[in-house]
Ligand binder design. Structure first.
Ligand code: GTP
Ligand code: MG
Length: 188
């Protein structure tokens, strides 16, 4: 299906009535700077919808976007980076953990990793928790434009082996790769 409309609804920092209105929630998660907000912009075709930055820590709330008037995309803050500004990062990590694992909202989950760097310890930790809960998770291997063409095939193969049992979608917001495949996988 196609994404026909996408609007920003609000940013929240905890429990909120919007999360209880019955619409499917699709959460975009990953370490800070992985490209979650950019990905939302590229799949909705609206480059200004979600705020992005080259500095980690741009998204600090659960930012909710209404897609096709029927589904919520939830742009999460990135986890990790605990060494700098510990207080902010503690709050962010707590919020992400609460939404994914402690709240009752049970979103569908898209995990965005940097295809060049591969999964971080935090990515694998989150994945493990998802698997223990029997949750399906779609992996997006983002920024494949950064990988040399000659290494691309092997790198994607390696990632697919690391994430056996999950769909891995090679992706680039910059070069507009993988957009249709991801949207179709989300089935909106
Ligand atoms: P936080 O909100 O801090 O968690 O970050 P985020 O995961 O939302 O990342 P964001 O979308 O803000 O992008 C971080 C940086 O990565 C920006 O400088 C983007 O331009 C860059 N970026 C995002 N997607 C791609 C991509 O596909 N390729 C390349 N080369 N850079 C990208
Ligand atoms: Mg962001």
């Amino acid at each position: 299906m196609k994404i026909k409309s996408a609007i920003f609804v609000k940013g929240i920092t905890g429990e909120n009535e919007i999360l209880n209105d019955g619409k499917t929630q699709i959460a975009f998660i990953g370490r800070s700077n992985a490209g979650k907000s950019s990905l939302i912009n590229s799949i909705t075709g609206d480059g200004k919808l979600a705020k992005t930055s080259s500095n980690p820590g741009k998204t600090q709330e659960l930012n909710i976007f209404l897609i096709n008037k029927s589904v919520y995309f939830v742009d999460l803050p990135g986890y990790g980076f605990a060494k700098t500004g510990a207080e902010v990062w503690q709050r962010i990590n707590k919020l992400v953990y609460w939404y994914l694992f402690e709240s009752t909202h049970n979103p569908k989950v898209v995990l965005i990793i940097d295809a060049e760097v591969g999964p971080t310890k935090d990515d694998l930790g989150i994945l493990k928790l998802m698997e223990l809960r029997g949750k399906d998770i779609i992996i997006v291997a983002n920024k494949i434009d950064k990988i040399k063409k000659s290494h691309c095939f092997n790198q994607i193969k390696k990632l697919q082996e690391q994430f056996t049992g999950h769909v891995v979608i090679p992706f680039s917001s910059k070069d507009k790769i993988g957009i249709n495949e991801l949207v179709e996988t989300l089935i909106i």
